[in-house]
Structure formats: C-alpha cells, structure tokens
Design a protein around this ligand. Structure first.
Ligand SMILES: *Cc1c(COP(=O)(O)O)cnc(C)c1O
Length: 416
C-alpha cells in the first residue's frame, strides 16, 4: 500500500465503454422541431467534448491540466473497508466503499465539471452556463469555472434557490452568478414569468434558460449527467477503485451504486464490465425508471430542446414527487447504462425513502459519514444484499457518491 504514490492511483486515461457494448450505441436523435437540436449542441458544447460524445475510442487521455486539478480537488478519493458496518450487520464477507464525498465540492460531479470547463477555457470562452436543481451540479460548475479562469452563470430552480440558500451561497463564494429560474434574463424566462409571476420553476425551464443564454452570448453550456462524454469522465471513479482493490489484493464480487442520470454509477462500474462482478443499480422507488420505464428514444430535457436519446425513461413529461434525494428525480438514464440494464448485465432495484433513511442512519452511526440521500439508496441496497445472505464471503463494493452535510434537514422530518 505505502509504495504506491497517491498520484499513481489516478488513471492516465478515462475509459469509454462504447466499443465494449454488446450492441452499437444508438446516436442522439433530432427532436424533429424546426431547428436541429444536434446542430445546437455543436454551438453550445466545446469541440473536444463533442468529439468525446461520439467517440468509439476505448481510451481517452486525461489532459495534464485536468490531472493536476483532480489532485487539487481531492483525487484519488479513498476506498475504505467498512469494518464497523460489517460488524453491525454481522456480515461474513467484506464491504468497501468508494467515497466521492471526499472531493472539495462533496460529490462526484466535479469529475466531469473540471474537464468540461477546461475544454471550454481552451477555446477562449469567458463564461460557462448551466442549470441546477438541488445545487450539486451548480456547485461543481462554479468551482470548475473559477479554477479554469472563467465566469459562471447558474440558473437555479426557483424553489431550491429560496429553500436551499446554503448551496447557493457556496456557488457564490466560488464566484458564480446564481439566478432563480424562471428569470428575467432570457426570453423564455420572461415569457414564463409573464404567465405566472411567482412561478416555482423546474429543471426543464432552467435548462431552457441556460441553453438560450449560452446561445445568445456564445458561451459554453455544461452537462451534468446522462451524456456519454460525462460517463467517460466519471470512469475515473471505477478506474481508481480497480487500482485500490488491486493494492488491497481484493476483487469485486458485487458493485452497487445509485442512479439519477446514471453518471456516478456508470463511472464506477463500467471499468469492471468485462469482469465477473455482479452489478446493482439502485433507484428511488418514486422514480423507477430502470424497473418500470420504457426503453426507447426520449427527450433529455423536459422542454425538448436537447436531442433525444435511446434510454430507459418514464417519459420526459414525468413529474417526479418531491423526494429528498433530488439527484435521483431525473426521468431517464444514460444510454449505455440503459442498454446494459436492458441486456441483463446490470440489475436494477428500487428503494423507498424509509429504508434509505434507515440506511443513512446506520452508515453514519457506524462509519461516521453522513451520506448524501442519493448515496443512501446505494447503501440501502448493499444492506439488503447482506441481509439476504449474511454468511456470504463476497466482497461488496459500494459507491458513496456524495456527503449529506447540506441535507441534514431530512433527518428532522422524523421516521414516517
Ligand atoms: C447528482 C447526484 C447523483 C445522481 O446523478 P448521477 O448522474 O446518477 O450520478 C447521485 N449522487 C449525488 C451525491 C449527486 O450529487
């Protein structure tokens, strides 16, 4: 363990699963409106990102500048054996967790924000634009922009803007301009406000505003999940995990993660796809896209501005209930992940709020880490797995995508 320098655990290349999929990945499809949404992507995304989005190359070199930034924001993140949790559950095997909450922004989202911002800055762009719901993606965007010498603008869903002032404050400290969406800064926002002055906003509206703003000002737009290039960047999680397990002299028997758009889960498990590990994707019972969704083309965003992707989806018009795991409310899941769930290589299961809250408490009181509610789903699935067969000797590896220190209010709601 001690001979390996920390830097050597961060891989030199990201892994793109596309050439290793059982079938060819279906490309994004135009939304058949008057304007081409794919052409629009060409205007709002950095060239290098587009190249990665449609790449068939297995390996993608991590630029030296991004490597340096990865190190600065806390990579490699730790892989910890959860001995206290094993004891508490009376498990005969081992449980490890990869802890993405250890990055400075508190989740895995910075792993893709950094390269996206770097590619935008390399093209001489002065400002990047995005939307955020709960605030995790906006936080990662804000820091990635400032580390690459750019301004950032974040359209934050109005209800979250007023109800989650802490994340908004963090973004502002990082240097971002955060505006509640709908805003008066875009035509779409003004139109929406015209219809209802106290509109609560939605992720769909915020995306529309961010894209319009990026187009109008020739800024670049940042993508938080779902797209293949994002999944490729997130492979840093799984590649580090593989190296860390090798150092421990262990192998993965079971890998478990949570799925919103699918980026942390895919980034975690895809580098292991050729192996024999069992893979379980944990989704919210209220947003059961992988277990009850339809596999086919659907819109990325509610407003239908971005292209369609072939994926598991509950329908772009699906209105999720206001569950506390905001990051899991998305209606669809990344195309490559969807394909592998469809083919049966990856299993999916839903977990409900009570079980998640219980799992979060168990994890916090044994390992000391308060996980993000999203990550709580993965932990709950791991605990379920153990309870089915406590005498098993399997190595269970869980991805804990973020910490929950800014979500503490969910605990005081009490056990329903
Ligand atoms: C955004 C988020 C998720 C869900 O997004 P994925 O793209 O599925 O990873 C999960 N956990 C945390 C902590 C998040 O911030």
């Amino acid at each position: 363990m001690y001979q390996t320098r920390e830097q050597d655990i961060i891989p030199e290349y990201w892994y793109n699963i596309v050439p290793d999929l059982p079938e060819q990945l279906s490309p994004p499809k135009d939304s058949q409106r008057d304007k081409s949404s794919i052409e629009m992507l060409n205007r709002i995304l950095p060239r290098k990102l587009l190249e990665q989005e449609f790449s068939f190359k297995r390996k993608e070199k991590i630029p030296d500048e991004v490597m340096e930034l990865y190190h600065q924001i806390g990579r490699p993140t730790p892989l910890v054996r959860a001995i206290n949790l094993e004891k508490k559950l009376g498990y005969s095997g081992k449980i490890y967790f990869k802890y993405e909450g250890a990055t400075v922004t508190g989740s895995h989202k910075i792993n893709t924000a950094l390269p996206q911002a770097f590619y935008a800055a390399s093209e001489g762009v002065q400002e990047v634009v995005t939307e955020t719901g709960a605030g995790q993606w906006g936080t990662a965007t804000a820091l990635a922009a400032s580390l690459n010498g750019m301004r950032s603008k974040v359209f934050m869903v109005s209800t979250s803007f007023y109800q989650k002032p802490l994340r908004k404050q963090i973004m502002e400290i990082y240097g971002a301009k955060v505006v509640p969406s709908p805003s008066s800064e875009t035509e779409f926002g003004r139109k929406t406000l015209g219809e209802r002055a106290d509109h609560p906003g939605s992720l769909g509206i915020a995306i529309s505003e961010a894209v319009e703003y990026a187009l109008d000002h020739e800024y670049k737009y940042m993508l938080g999940s779902v797209m293949n290039s994002v999944i490729t960047h997130q492979s840093v999680i799984g590649l580090e995990t593989a190296k860390q397990l090798e150092i421990e002299g262990e192998e993965a028997d079971v890998m478990i993660g949570c799925v919103g758009g699918g980026s942390n889960f895919s980034g975690f498990v895809f580098p292991f796809i050729a192996g024999r590990a069992e893979m379980i994707a944990s989704t919210a019972e209220e947003v059961p896209k992988l277990t009850h969704g339809k596999f086919g083309y659907d819109f990325i965003d509610t407003a239908g501005i971005l292209p369609q992707l072939k994926m598991f989806s509950l329908g772009a018009g699906f209105i999720p209930p206001g569950i506390y795991a905001g990051g899991l409310r998305y209606h669809g899941a990344a195309p490559a992940l969807s394909m592998l769930v469809h083919s049966g290589r990856i299993k999916a299961e839903d977990v409900g709020e009570d079980e998640v809250l219980q799992a979060m408490r168990t994890f916090a009181s044994t390992q000391g880490i308060i996980p993000a509610p999203e990550s709580g789903h993965a932990i709950a699935s791991a605990i379920r797995y153990v309870r089915r067969d406590p005498k098993s000797k399997k190595n269970i590896i869980v991805n804990v995508s973020g910490h929950g220190l800014l979500d503490l209010s969910i605990f005081s709601r009490g056990e329903k």
